[in-house]
Design a protein around this ligand. Structure first.
Ligand code: PXG
Length: 288
C-alpha cells in the first residue's frame, strides 16, 4: 500500500507523521471516510465539501484547493489499484510545539489512505442488529459541534465501548435534552406507518452523506420523510429501524434496549432502500 502524505507517497512502513503533530497531541484536525465501488469514488464531491466545512469550522486552512484534493484522492486510488475500498482522508493541524496554541503549527498535513473497510458481520445485514442506548451523550452543539468530523472522536469511542460492554455493536447516543441524536459512526432512521423519520441535524448529528442519499432515495420511491426529534419511545414503537453510514451503508436494526422492533427482522422498506442504495453505488461516483 502507498500512503499519500503531503504530496508524496510512502510505503505503509514509512508512512509516519511527527509526534509533535497537533493531530496526535490534541486531536486537532478533521477527516473523512469515503468508499470506492467498481472503480468509482462514491459521493466524492460531497465528502470533499464536508471536509472543507469541518476545516472551516475549526479555522484550519487546508493547503490544497478542493479540486487539488479531489485529484489527490483519485491519484491515491490509482496508485493503489483501489477499485473497491475505503479511503481515509485526514488533515491535521500539523507540526507545532507542546503548547496547544495552533498558531505555532506552520502547515497542516494531508494524509490519504486507500485501504479496505471492515464492515459489520454480513449476517447482521440479513438478520438485523441489536443496539442499545448508552449513558455517554452526544457532544453539545455549542462545544465541539458533532457536525464537525474532527479527529476528536473520544466521545463516540466511549459510547462504542459502552455498547461493546453491553454485548452489542453499536450505541444510540442521545443529546443533552434526551432526544435521539445518532449512533457512534452512523445516522439513525425509523419507519412507522409508511413514513420515514430521522432526527434533525440540530439534534446533534453528523451531516451524514449516506443519510442524505437515503432521504433522496426515499423521496424518489414516494415515501414521505420527516426530520423531527425522536425519543427512545419513538424508536421502540417503530415498524422498522436502520442505521446509515459510508462504512455500514444501510444496516437493519431489530432490537433496541431489549425491545424487539417491528417483526424482529429487516422490514420491507429497509430492504427496498438497501437494494436501491446498492444499485446507486453500482452506477454513480467519480471515475478513478
Ligand atoms: N455519524 C458519525 C458520528 C459518523 O462518524 C456517520 C454518522 C455517517 O456519515 P456518512 O457521511 O458516512 O454517511 C459517521 C461516519 C468507520 C467509519 O470506520 C465511520 C464513518 C464513516 C466511514 C467509516 O467506523 N462514520
Amino acid at each position: 500500500m502507498k500512503v499519500y502524505i503531503d504530496g508524496k507517497y510512502y510505503s505503509e512502513k514509512d508512512a509516519k507523521i511527527s509526534v509533535f503533530d497537533h493531530g496526535l497531541l490534541y486531536g486537532d484536525g478533521v477527516f473523512e471516510g469515503i468508499r470506492a465501488y467498481h472503480g468509482r469514488v462514491f459521493k466524492l464531491k460531497e465528502h470533499i465539501e464536508r471536509l472543507y466545512w469541518s476545516a472551516k469550522a475549526i479555522l484550519l486552512d487546508i493547503p490544497l484547493t478542493p479540486a487539488e484534493m479531489t485529484e489527490a484522492v483519485l491519484a491515491t486510488c490509482r496508485k493503489n489499484n483501489c477499485r473497491d475500498g475505503y479511503i481515509r482522508l485526514v488533515v491535521t493541524r500539523g507540526v507545532g510545539t507542546l503548547g496547544l496554541n495552533p498558531n505555532r503549527c506552520k502547515r497542516p498535513s494531508v494524509i490519504i489512505i486507500a485501504g479496505k473497510i471492515q464492515l459489520y458481520p454480513p449476517e447482521l445485514y440479513e438478520e438485523g442488529m441489536a443496539i442499545v442506548t448508552v449513558p455517554t451523550t452526544r457532544n453539545l452543539v455549542n462545544a465541539v459541534n458533532p457536525a464537525i468530523k474532527s479527529l476528536n472522536y473520544l466521545n463516540n469511542i466511549l459510547a462504542k465501548i459502552e455498547a461493546n460492554n453491553a454485548g452489542v455493536e453499536e450505541a444510540i447516543m442521545l443529546n443533552q435534552e434526551g432526544f435521539v441524536a445518532e449512533c457512534t459512526g452512523d445516522n439513525i432512521f425509523i419507519v412507522r406507518q409508511g413514513h420515514l423519520y430521522t432526527p434533525p441535524l440540530s439534534a446533534g448529528a453528523l451531516y451524514g452523506i449516506t443519510r442524505n442519499t437515503v432521504l433522496d432515495l426515499a423521496r424518489e420511491r414516494g415515501l414521505p420523510t420527516s426530520e423531527i426529534n425522536l425519543t427512545r419511545y419513538d424508536l421502540y414503537i417503530a415498524d422498522e429501524c436502520f442505521l446509515t453510514g459510508t462504512g455500514a451503508e444501510i444496516i437493519p436494526v431489530t432490537r433496541i434496549d431489549g425491545r424487539v422492533i417491528g417483526q424482529g427482522k429487516p422490514g420491507p422498506v429497509t430492504r427496498d432502500l438497501i437494494q436501491r442504495y446498492h444499485a446507486l453505488t453500482r452506477v454513480s461516483g467519480e471515475p478513478i
